[in-house]
Design a binder for this molecule. Structure first.
Ligand SMILES: Cc1ncc(C[n+]2csc(CCOP(=O)(O)OP(=O)(O)O)c2C)c(N)n1
Ligand SMILES: CC(=O)[C@@H](O)[C@H](O)COP(=O)(O)O
Ligand SMILES: [Mg+2]
Length: 649
């Protein structure tokens, strides 16, 4: 049934769904209507809030079938990556929450334990569900609990190495476990690589299981027994596999394969799931779906099937409602092309996010110089090391949150080898609606400890261009260039440059040195103006390169009465911490206060809301700074050592 036809029902059936039991009672005809109503509902709600519309439209029937065959929450669903769990939320009593999806205080865009007993894992980083499933199945086996474990993993998530580590273990353990491969052939763009090719060849061989069964039946009447019988069967099975379908990789790994099944046919999916449930060992159910199914703008969106429009969109066209603006990503993308035009050794790497990171712009100009490695950030880092060893300068463009999992590769494979690799971290800092797992707040602390790694935090478009050029000019070690999400900040010219440090504002009085990191430069200017109104002089500086700590920053610190740092990252091990340490090492006894993000799980909301919650607005920071500097006036004692400035988290 089409979306239009479904609209005619005005969601009457959907309104009766309070929990999965309601879906279990429905007839096939009702399920058809319900699927259409769910699509209407998703389009209506997500077009207002933004969110992952394409992936969820593709799993409507699949999710209905899951909830009919299994008994959640006794049976456990583990969604990988978690961005396709909206239908699951709808069927588990959370319809009302969709008006505030991904908004402050509203439903999370991912599974969330606090929302429902039907959600177990709170992921959103890809390729983890099979490992969770392996552990969970082992735990249930050891505790003697008879509960099904069902992991739903996309073809894109399956390109992540963790999935293959998990499959290896799942096969070895042999526990009952259902792995539903939701194969829509796409990550954002079409999924790349041998695995994607394998899945698509399986998709084209629907007769495989049937042929296999027929041959098994025929051979069943031959007089062969024991080992010879097995060998004949095995040889025939392998021969047919090679002839009818390419090597059925999953079966060779030791995991039963069922499929391919039409993922938009609830009855067919149910049949496959029931067979898998009763099998008694690990089974892969290969469901073929279409991303964005049933919504024309998504189906026709060649770039990413409306994977996750970054805000409200027009239902008719699928176009974003907000006026287009120049984003940090665009500035990076254009400058990278300009650099690559001049330098044939510069190449790009993306981990399945060519458009969102802007690497696609380079790919359009120099298609042979961009590598999409799949959702494989660890591989991206070490493959970049290989490219650098081969004489190239790779630029690895990923979201800040996703580089975390490649720490060891950056540390040893890249930095220890002093290799010139530039990591460009988009969506650094508080990002907003995707919530805590997507906040790019760890990079400056985590990667700040890597010897020889330089980190730049540009403040605006001009400095992003400049610092990117400086980064790719480094030839004796890795660099990181990190910037936030959204519209790029207006250019903020420096008054002067001291060494590598830009001075943005000065005063006749040298009361406070305000170190404003990256996009907080503008906030720093506003703070300086407010604090000046209270009679104190503030020097605002942008260190530009925050690791290693510029020597000039320490000298500037020594020339002021108070140092305040403000950064869009966790305080522990952040820029403030690093500067405090450098000041201690230089015996600079000026008090330092560091402002930033507490190392914690901060909820979703808009970036502005979360920053306000954290006291990272110009008004809050100005109040803090005024309080601290006036406190020093009130107590004209020997300044405390920088490391005595107070506990922090
Ligand atoms: C480690 C990691 N890297 C990148 C991403 C960004 N990302 C989110 S969804 C997605 C594509 C997922 O493709 P697939 O698993 O096939 O799901 P589909 O959207 O096609 O349903 C990517 C790359 C992520 N969530 N986690
Ligand atoms: C699920 C996921 O990891 C991404 O799709 C994420 O939603 C990215 O959002 P933005 O690209 O809008 O920042
Ligand atoms: Mg996919």
């Amino acid at each position: 049934m089409s979306v239009e036809e479904g609209t005619a029902n005005h969601g009457r059936l959907l309104g009766t769904v309070r929990d999965p039991q309601d879906v279990k009672r429905m007839t096939v005809e009702q399920l058809d209507i319900l699927a259409a109503e769910i699509r209407d509902f998703l389009i209506a709600k997500v077009s207002r809030t933004g969110g992952h519309i394409g992936p969820n439209l593709g799993v409507v029937e699949l999710t209905l079938a899951l909830h009919r065959v299994f008994d959640s929450p006794r049976d456990r669903f583990l969604f990988d990556t978690g961005h396709q769990a909206y239908v699951h939320k709808i069927l588990t009593g959370r319809q009302a929450g969709f008006d505030k999806l991904r908004q402050r205080g509203g439903l999370s865009g991912y599974p969330n334990q606090a929302e429902s007993e039907h959600d177990l894992i709170e992921n959103s980083h890809a390729s983890t569900a099979l490992s969770y499933a392996d552990g969970l199945a082992k735990a249930y086996a050891l505790r003697g609990e008879s509960r099904s474990v069902v992991a739903v993993v996309g073809d894109g998530a399956l390109t992540g190495g963790m999935c293959w580590e998990a499959l290896n273990n799942i096969a070895a353990a042999g526990n009952p476990l259902v792995i539903v491969v939701n194969d829509n052939g796409r990550s954002y763009a079409p999924t790349i690589g041998g695995l994607a090719d394998h899945l698509s060849s399986l998709r084209l061989s629907p007769g495989y299981e049937k042929v296999l069964d027929t041959v098994k039946e025929a051979l069943g009447s031959t007089p062969l027994v024991g080992k010879p019988m097995y060998e004949v069967l095995h040889a025939v099975k392998k021969g047919i596999k090679d002839a009818v379908a390419p090597q059925a990789m999953f079966e060779d790994l030791g995991i039963k394969y069922v499929g391919p099944v039409d993922g938009h046919d609830v009855t067919a999916v149910e049949g496959a799931l029931r067979a898998a449930k009763n099998f008694g060992g690990p089974v892969i159910v290969h469901a073929v779906t279409r991303k964005g199914y049933g919504y024309r703008p998504a189906e026709e969106d060649e770039a990413d099937c409306l994977h996750g429009p970054g805000g409200a969109f027009d239902v008719e066209t699928g176009q974003l409602v907000a006026a287009p603006s120049v984003k940090w990503t665009h500035v990076f993308a254009d400058e990278l092309v300009a650099i690559a035009d001049e330098r044939p050794d510069v190449v790009g790497i993306t981990a399945a996010m060519a458009e969102p990171t802007g690497i696609a712009t380079l790919a359009r100009k120099h298609p042979d110089r961009v590598y999409d490695v799949g959702i494989a950030e660890q591989h991206a880092a070490t493959s970049a090391a290989g490219l650098a060893l081969g004489g190239l300068h790779p630029v690895v463009a990923v979201y800040a949150t996703f580089l975390n999992r490649a720490f060891d590769q950056v540390l040893l494979d890249v930095a220890m080898h002093k290799l010139p690799v530039t990591f460009v971290l988009d969506r650094a800092g508080i990002t907003g609606p995707d919530g805590p797992s997507h906040y790019g707040i760890w990079d400056m602390s985590v990667f700040g400890v890597v010897p020889g790694l330089r980190i730049a935090a540009p403040r605006d478009a001009g400095s992003l261009r400049e610092e990117l050029r400086e980064a790719v000019a480094v030839d004796d070690g890795p660099t990181i260039v990190r910037f936030p999400t959204g519209t790029v900040a207006a250019d903020l010219p420096a008054v002067r440059r001291i060494g590598a440090v830009d001075v943005l504002a000065e005063s006749a009085r040298t009361d406070v040195l305000l170190v404003a990191v990256g996009s907080f430069a503008q906030l720093g200017m506003e703070v300086a103006a407010r604090v000046a109104e209270q009679g104190y002089g503030v020097t605002v500086v942008d260190p530009r390169w925050v690791r290693p700590v510029p020597a000039e920053l320490v000298e500037l610190a020594a020339a002021h009465r108070l140092v305040v740092t403000v950064e869009d990252g966790v305080r522990v091990g952040g820029v403030g911490d690093a500067l405090a340490q450098a000041m201690r090492d230089a015996d600079v006894r000026v008090p330092l206060r560091d402002l930033g993000v507490p190392a914690d799980w901060h909820p979703h909301g808009t970036r502005a809301q979360i920053l306000a919650d954290l006291g990272l607005t110009a008004q809050d920071v100005a109040r803090d700074v005024t309080g601290w500097i006036s406190g020093l006036d009130a107590q004209p004692v020997e300044p405390v050592r920088a490391d005595e400035a107070g506990a922090k988290n």
